[in-house]
Design a protein. Sequence first.
Length: 369
Amino acid sequence: MARTGESDTVWELKPHTSAKHDLLTGYLKGWFPILSRWNDRIVFLDGFAGPGVYKNGEPGSPTKALEVLLSHRHLPAMTNKTFVFLFNEAEPDRHESLNAVVQEFIASHQPWPPNIKVQVAGDSFENVAEGILAHLDEQKRNLAPTFAFVDPFGLKGLPMDLLRRLLSFDRCELFVYFDFNAVNRFASAGNIDDRLTELFGTDRFKDAAGLAGPERKKFLHDLYQSQLIEACGFPFVKSFEMVNETGHTGYYLFYGTRHVTGLRVMKDAMWKVDPGGGEKFSDVLAGIPVLFGDEVDTEPLQIDLAQHFKGQTVSIELLEHYVLTETPYAASHLKKLTLKPMQIAGQITCVNQARRNTYPPGTQVVFPG
C-alpha cells in the first residue's frame, strides 16, 4: 500500500492506486480457491502494507485482501485450509494505524473464522523476509505457497537476491512495484549505483547511459523483467504500466509465477482493469468515458496465429498456452473473439469439431499452409 513522499501518516487515494487494488483483488479471487485445492496452508504477505487506510477512509490493501477471502463464495469449501495473512509496515505511526485498522476489521467480522490467521509486523521488509528464511532453515521446511505483494516507496529495501531466496519455492509468487521514474532518473547518475545493483541483482542498468526516450524505457523495463526470470526463477513474468497525472510512466507492477494457471488469472485481472490492452492504466484518463467501447481488437492475434502455426494442425490446449505465454492477450480472447471469426472467414478449419465455431477441450485446429 505504501506510496507517498510526504511525512503524513495517511494520504489521498490516487486513481492508479485504486487500479492497483483492482489488480490485486481480481487476482486473489482466483488465487485463493486454486491454491487451497492442493495445499493445506497458504500465505499472503504484504511487505509494505502502509497505514491500512487512506485519507478519506478508503480501505488499504490489507483489509481488501482479507475481504476477498471472507466474501468468497468458495470460503465454505475452504474451512479445512489455513490462510495466513502477514501485513508489515516499518514506519511506527503507520504501523500503529495499520494494527488498529486490522483489529477493527476483525472485530467487525465476528465470529472470525479460526482458519484465517492475521499477523501485523512493524519491521523492515528485509528483516521480516530474513526472519522467515531463518525460521524455515531452522525447521528444515519450505515456505508454504505464498503470494508476496511487495509495494515499497522508492528503491530502498528490495534486493533482487532477497526476493530470489524468499520466493525460491515452487508455488511462491510475486507482485512487485518497480519505481521506473526513480530508476530512470538515477540509472546514469552514478550516485546510487550500489542501491540499483541490489535492486536489479546486476550492474547492467549502467548500459542505459547511452539510451534515451522509449529505447531507454524499454531497456530498463526488460532488464528488470529478465532478472525476475533468470535470477528469481520465474519463467512467466507479466508487467502492468501505471501512468501518472502528468502523462508519464510512474511505475510498473511486475507479476512473477512458475505456473501458467497463475498467469491466466493475472492476465484476466489486467484485462479487466485495462479492457483496451491489458497492460496499462493512466491517471490522465481516469474517470473519462471510454470513446471506443471495451471490445478487444483481436486482429493482431489472428494474424499472429495464422503466421506462427501456418501449415500445422494444433490442439486448442496448445493454442491457449501460446496465447497466454507468448502474446499480450488473455486465454479468454482465443475462442469466441479470435478462432470463431477466423473460421467464419475460412482462415482455419477443425477436423474433430462437433459443432461449428465452438472449441471444447481436444479440438484440433487446422491452419492452412
